[in-house]
Design a protein around this ligand. Structure first.
Ligand code: PMV
Length: 290
């Protein structure tokens, strides 16, 4: 028997562009995904899922050289398809459970590396940011193929996360952005450069605790995401509610197409107007980062 956990995450800046080579900034959230595995005759899960989850699980077990079958018991309140890294948190939790079953100790980098094998099955061409965020606590600056670096926040930041109620399909959305790059190479190269500059300025603003500037950068990042076609009417509605109620900045988080939007607020006391405006049937919560 082996047990493990992975964290939900939010991407603050740079999603999608990170797949194409720019930096991105994200943070893990306190929501957890727990996995327990026990040897079994077949590979199975205790929840309804598509074949893709079994395929990703097999890829992870193979990556750890575990050839047997297992009953995988999962427990989580992370919604799937919401841009909060369900698949990465699952993959990380399964890596940890499998490592315990095998009796090996892995540091977070090794955990993230094995979890990437699951993410490849889920998403086709993942940047690796989700499995990195799911495997460790805190905020990081991430670039594909490089070691991530921790960001020391000047002040803790408060964000509100709301779900559109509509799933986003990461694989298709990432492929859609790759099509924009292929069809309009100059436009995309220019946007990628602007995004890279924006992410580096956001890192500096996080370190300085410059919340007003961070909010403005979030709005600008959302504009870049609109331009590559990954926003949606539901996300735009949430973002305009956030802005109406005084958010310093707002954007989609994760792959978009639905999923979640995030708002940066000045302090915990500024969340109540937003919380009142959003339909309670949509998952909504506050997170403190740093
Ligand atoms: O699948 P999500 O919504 O958790 O976020 C994926 C983040 C992307 O930048 C869109 C893809 C990636 O691999 O970095």
């Amino acid at each position: 028997m082996g047990k493990g956990v992975g964290f939900a995450k939010t991407i603050l800046f740079g999603e999608h562009f990170v797949v194409q080579g720019s930096h991105a900034i994200g943070a893990s959230l306190s929501k957890e995904f727990s996995v327990k595995i026990t040897p079994s005759d077949t590979l199975n899960l205790n929840i309804e899922t598509g074949q893709i989850v079994l395929d990703a699980s097999r890829a992870i077990l193979d990556s750890l050289n575990l050839t047997g079958n297992y009953s995988i018991e999962v427990e989580t309140d992370i919604p799937s398809g919401a841009g909060m890294g369900w698949s990465a948190a699952y993959s990380v939790a399964l890596v940890r459970a499998a490592a315990q079953e095998k009796g090996v100790e892995l540091d977070w980098k090794e955990v993230a590396k094995h979890a990437y094998e699951g993410e490849k099955v889920f998403h086709g061409n993942p940047s690796g940011i989700d499995n990195t965020l799911a495997s460790r606590k805190g905020a990081i600056l991430f670039k594909r193929g490089e070691d991530p670096s921790a960001i020391e926040l000047g002040v803790p930041i408060t964000i509100v996360i709301a779900y559109t109620g509509k799933k986003g399909y990461t694989k298709d959305l990432v492929a859609g952005v790759a099509r924009v790059k292929e069809e309009k190479p100059e436009f995309f190269a220019d946007l990628l450069k602007k995004e890279e500059d924006l992410v580096m300025e956001a890192k500096y603003s996080l370190e300085q605790g410059d919340l007003d500037r961070l909010g403005a950068l979030m709005d600008q990042n959302q504009e870049h995401l609109r331009q590559v076609g990954v926003s949606s009417p539901e996300l735009e509605e949430l973002i305009s509610i956030f802005k109406d109620e005084g958010a310093l900045g707002a954007k989609l988080t994760g792959s978009g197409g639905g999923g979640c939007a995030i708002a940066l607020v000045k302090s915990k006391n500024d969340t109540s107007a937003i919380l009142q405006r959003i339909d309670k049937k949509y998952l909504i919560f506050e997170a403190q980062i740093g």
